[in-house]
Design a protein around this ligand. Structure first.
Ligand code: CAA
Length: 380
């Protein structure tokens, strides 16, 4: 067992850390306050290969492993979790899905530009009535010649209002339930796709999430992802990979909050000494660092299993539930350790705290992760 990151992984971490600290940090709080989409930063991430980290170089990607992908999302989120999720959605919910299930034409025509950052992707499974119960889809796709005609409403589409391509799930045969769902690669520039609203969110406000409507929206046959009726399985497999990305995002948020708390505890003096010298503070820092280390090991191990062709459904769910609950715990403690200053927008920990919450919810709530884990544990 080798716990040492490779030289390439270390160099990648350094490169992403520098980019995040130099380019993203100065505007992170303002973009979050004003919910400003980071147009230039997304372009730069594309140029650095951060939007197609694990995609084969033949299709415009950086051709790296999934541990490297986790490192990228962790380092972005350590500074700005909005950038973390924008990149994570494009990498794992879109590029991975196309590379895994797409045709040669889809890889050539769609994946190459997504992985190289020339275009941006989003993923659309959730609906007003289909959240944790993802199978309760209402959006329909009816075959008409060489097209499908799609009607319905999708919720919480991260990147949706900036995306060129959306991995879109719809019912091609409502009588078959879960086995009647099909996945498509929707071109958002085609007529019939509109943004209903952009959500006003608690955190990750620089990353946008939209409600989107499809009104007699046509998708040509060649853009169907996989076979008719395979859509639910496609979506679940994509989410297995996506959950490693969200675990890495949570890990980065926790790391950022921990570093802020550590720094503050050395500077802040009360009762005549730096507060880290009080055992209550020192022990809190110890618990933060220990939980973060455990979350990192779980996240990298899930990525390692994926890299080695092993089943990782349970491991990705474990990593996500543990890392996201760690992020929530660490960011709560980081505020406490800052006292009143932690409650102020002058310090970064209140943003980390708001960012952490979503990691317990999207790409499957903590309750759904526990359902996935318990089902895998008890599978005959
Ligand atoms: N991996 C692979 N296949 C899976 C799977 C997984 N994790 N989970 C289920 N499947 C397969 C099953 O094997 C089954 O196939 P077979 O019948 O061939 O065996 C099929 O899918 C149906 O499975 P279930 O009977 O288990 O389905 P279910 O209705 O009981 O639901 C669920 C399963 C786990 C609860 C699922 O609905 C789920 O994961 N819900 C959460 C949805 C979610 O994560 N949504 C997030 C949306 S994306 C997002 O957050 C927005 C963003 O932009 C970031």
């Amino acid at each position: 067992m080798d716990f040492q990151p490779s030289e390439d992984q270390q160099m990648l971490r350094e490169m992403v850390r520098q980019f995040a600290e130099k380019e993203a940090q100065p505007t992170a709080a303002h973009r979050d306050d004003e919910a400003i989409w980071p147009t230039e930063l997304v372009k730069k991430m594309g140029g650095l290969g951060l939007l197609g980290v694990a995609v084969n170089e033949a299709y415009g990607g950086a051709g790296l492993d999934y541990i490297s992908y986790a490192i990228v999302i962790e380092e972005l989120s350590r500074v700005d979790a909005s950038l973390g999720v924008i990149a994570s959605v494009n990498n794992s919910l879109v590029c991975y899905g196309i590379e895994q299930f797409g045709s040669d034409a889809q890889k050539r025509e769609i994946l190459t530009s997504l992985a190289s950052g020339r275009t941006l992707g989003a993923f659309s499974l959730s609906e007003p009535g289909a959240g944790s119960d993802a199978a309760a889809q209402k959006t329909t796709a009816v075959r008409d010649g060489d097209d499908y005609v799609i009607n319905g409403v999708k919720n919480w589409v991260t990147n949706g209002n900036h995306a060129d391509t959306i991995v879109l799930m719809a019912l091609t045969d409502p009588s078959k339930g879960v086995k009647g769902i099909t996945a498509f690669l929707a071109d958002t520039h085609a007529p019939g796709c509109s943004i209903v609203k952009v959500e006003n969110k608690l955190g990750i406000r620089s990353a946008h999430s939209s409600q989107m409507a499809y009104d007699n929206f046509r998708v040509p046959l060649w853009r169907r992802l996989g076979e008719e009726g395979q859509g639910f399985k496609v979506a679940m497999s994509i989410l297995n990979a996506g959950r490693i990305g969200i675990a890495a995002q949570a890990l980065g948020i926790a790391q950022g909050a921990y570093e802020a708390a550590l720094g503050y505890s050395k500077l802040r003096e009360q009762f005549g000494k730096p507060i880290h010298e009080f055992q209550a503070v020192g022990f809190t820092l110890a618990d933060m660092a220990t939980r973060i280390k455990a979350a990192r090991l779980l996240t990298y191990e899930a990525a390692w299993r994926k890299d080695n062709g092993l089943d990782y459904t349970k491991d990705a769910a474990m990593a996500k539930v543990f890392a996201s609950e760690t992020a929530m715990w660490v960011t709560t403690k980081a505020i406490q350790l800052h006292g009143s200053n932690g409650y102020s927008k002058e310090y970064p920990v209140e943003r980390f705290f708001r960012e952490a919450k979503i990691t317990e919810i999207y790409e499957g709530t903590s309750e759904i992760q526990r359902l996935v884990i318990s089902r895998e544990l008890t599978r005959a």
